[in-house]
Write a protein that binds this ligand. Structure first.
Ligand SMILES: [Zn+2]
Length: 184
């Protein structure tokens, strides 16, 4: 199945489409979002930190329990996309370009190995990027997601697949604030 098919291959989408994606393979995605979204017929994407899915300790990421591969594969079976979000969630603007390539490529290969699906769609940790990172990302991925707040425009055919905007929904956002965001 080709993801990003509208942007890359001009496949049709229904009116008013929304892409729902979640970062960091937190267990609460599986516990909370998955059943509710299933009830309404929605699927999403999980940008996955592959060392977390492998059960490796990542001290910067242990604020929330993480999904492991068994949960991620259940999401995949339900039609969700499991996509790479680096190996260890290091901020890519703070490490060498050699390390950047390793973070990107390892997570891409590991997701493919575990899911059996090719998902070359990447999200930068904390949205941190620059053009050097983008040059490497273009050699591995077909799309990369940025992380903007409310004022970003929706995706159009003029949007670079390597600079996809998103609207960040935080867990402490109020319902009125959420409703305002949905007016974009
Ligand atoms: Zn993240």
């Amino acid at each position: 199945m080709t993801r990003a098919a509208w942007l890359l291959d001009d496949k049709l989408l229904p009116p008013h489409p929304v892409a729902l994606d979640f970062d960091d393979n937190r267990l609460n995605i599986f516990q909370n979002a998955f059943p509710i979204m299933s009830e309404f017929g929605f699927t999403g994407t999980v940008f996955t930190v592959t060392d977390l899915a492998d059960g490796q300790p990542l001290p910067r990421m242990d604020q929330f329990p993480a999904m492991r591969w068994d949960q991620l594969l259940k999401l995949q079976d339900a039609g969700w996309c499991i996509a790479p979000h680096t190996r260890t969630h290091r901020f890519l603007t703070e490490i060498s370009l050699t390390e950047v390539r390793q973070e990107m490529d390892h997570s891409y290969q590991r997701v493919r190995q575990m899911t059996g699906e090719d998902t070359p769609y990447f999200a930068y940790p904390a949205g941190l990027w620059n053009e050097d990172l983008e040059t490497i990302a273009k050699q591995i991925f077909r799309t990369t997601r940025h992380w903007f707040l409310a004022e970003n425009p929706p995706v159009t055919h003029d949007t670079s697949p390597y600079r996809l905007p998103s609207i960040n929904i935080t867990m402490d956002m109020t319902m009125p604030a959420f409703e305002t965001l949905m007016q974009v």
